[in-house]
Ligand binder design. Structure first.
Ligand SMILES: *Cc1c(COP(=O)(O)O)cnc(C)c1O
Length: 400
């Protein structure tokens, strides 16, 4: 449809929560993939994407897949998760983090986050591991989520897990470009990439359309364990044995990333650093534009790392602010602006009703008070001002 055929827009254009933002080279890279005729879930673009990803993150072994959820599924499969086993996962997360444990017939128990980071609370994890293991449960994995692009405190979690001999699969789906840790004495050092902390069994990443970089849909499983990635790679291709005919000794999956989509991913990796810088800038714009408003606060940034600020997330105290987060969401929607609640904790989801949760009050409060603001990297300062004006206009007048 040409521009002249389109209906004239009614109001200002819609501001989405986190739309895709191409860097400029993706189309040419896709054209290269077309020219080579590798229209398949393997090919030079997939190989190059995995290599570039390993280089960027410092995680040596990488497997490009159809989604982040598929990556988690393969990681847990490779750990031997099955019926009777249990995993401990962050309750404040997206369901793709934990549904794979259920695909494998295992139970999921949840751990609350702490207020300082909104990520898995290491002390609660210790209690949870102690409780479950003393009941004789086999805890096969711990799955902390790097919420909204802020790394979980990997080292503290690893120290706790070491006491119980339980591996960690980090859900870094939202954390591309985030950093963890400050190596002592190394001036200017920025720590490691999300999911790259030594000792993690594996890490998963997502390139879904709403993430900080995207392939339209896709994921990555990454590990320092080359054997795990070799096994996952075989499972991701229907577990074919090396033979000219089709030979199968176990059941696998069809989970590989399309070569065409890997071409998009290559273009997106080039702009990751710029995307992180822009998300952090948008966060600062919001901070400035909303400063001084009563009852508003932002997701804190942990001292141990650098968030990618995938989404700018607010906490709203309705009493002080004079409006609920839901009223704000609706006020924004009325102006064609998309905002969302914070993830609904998994222990409150009907599908996990009756399940175990350790703690829970912190994530419940964050859910009740949270609001995710539009944070796409193509946003301008004027776009941020447009959102801020509506929020400012919602402060109750004449409050005490
Ligand atoms: C997006 C996301 C996933 C799943 O990724 P997909 O690529 O959409 O399957 C998993 N965990 C978290 C925390 C996510 O935000």
């Amino acid at each position: 449809m040409s521009a002249s055929q389109q209906k004239p827009p009614k109001g200002p254009p819609r501001l989405f929560l986190s739309p895709p933002h191409l860097g400029g080279t993706e189309e040419a890279r896709v054209a290269e993939a077309f020219a080579s005729n590798y229209i398949a879930p393997l090919g030079p673009q997939v190989d190059a994407f995995e290599a570039a990803f390993a280089e960027l993150t410092g995680i040596p072994h990488c497997l490009a897949l159809a989604s982040g959820t598929a990556a988690m599924h393969l990681a847990l499969h490779c750990l031997g998760l099955g019926p009777g086993d249990v995993v401990l996962a962050s309750t404040l997360t997206f369901i793709g983090s934990v549904s794979p444990a259920r695909y494998l017939g295992a139970d999921v128990a949840f751990v609350d986050c702490d207020r300082a980071t909104w990520n898995m609370d290491p002390e609660l994890l210790r209690e949870a591991l102690h409780a479950l293991t003393s009941e004789g449960r086999r805890v096969k994995a711990v799955i902390p989520t790097d919420l909204y692009g802020q790394c979980a405190d990997y080292q503290r979690l690893l120290d706790v897990c070491a006491l119980f001999g339980v591996p960690i699969v980090a859900d870094a789906a939202e954390a591309m470009g985030a950093r963890y840790g400050h190596p002592s004495g190394a001036g200017g050092e920025d720590g490691r990439h999300a999911g790259a902390q030594p000792g993690l069994k594996a890490s998963i990443f997502s390139f879904n359309g709403n993430k900080i970089i995207t392939t339209s849909g896709g994921g990555m499983l990454a590990s320092e364990d080359g054997e795990l990635i070799r096994r996952a790679r075989r499972l991701s291709q229907q577990a074919r044995e090396p033979a000219a005919h089709y030979e199968h000794a176990e059941i696998g999956y069809n989970y590989r990333l399309s070569n065409i989509l890997a071409a998009i991913g290559l273009g997106q990796l080039d702009v990751l650093e710029a995307r992180v810088a822009k998300r952090r800038l948008i966060f600062r714009w919001y901070q400035e534009a909303l400063s001084g408003l009563p009852g508003l606060s932002f997701m804190p940034e942990a001292a141990y790392g650098k968030s990618n600020r995938w989404l700018t997330v607010l906490q709203v105290e309705p009493q002080a602010f004079g409006a609920t987060p839901e009223a704000l969401r609706q006020a924004l929607e009325a102006e064609n602006i998309e905002a969302r609640p914070v993830w609904k904790p998994m222990h409150l989801q009907p599908v996990f009703a009756g399940g175990r949760v350790f703690g829970g009050a912190v994530s419940e409060e964050l859910f009740a008070r949270g609001l995710c603001l539009p944070s796409g990297t193509a946003m301008t300062r004027d776009d941020v001002a447009r959102v801020a004006t509506i929020l400012r206009g919602s402060v109750r007048r004449g409050r005490p």
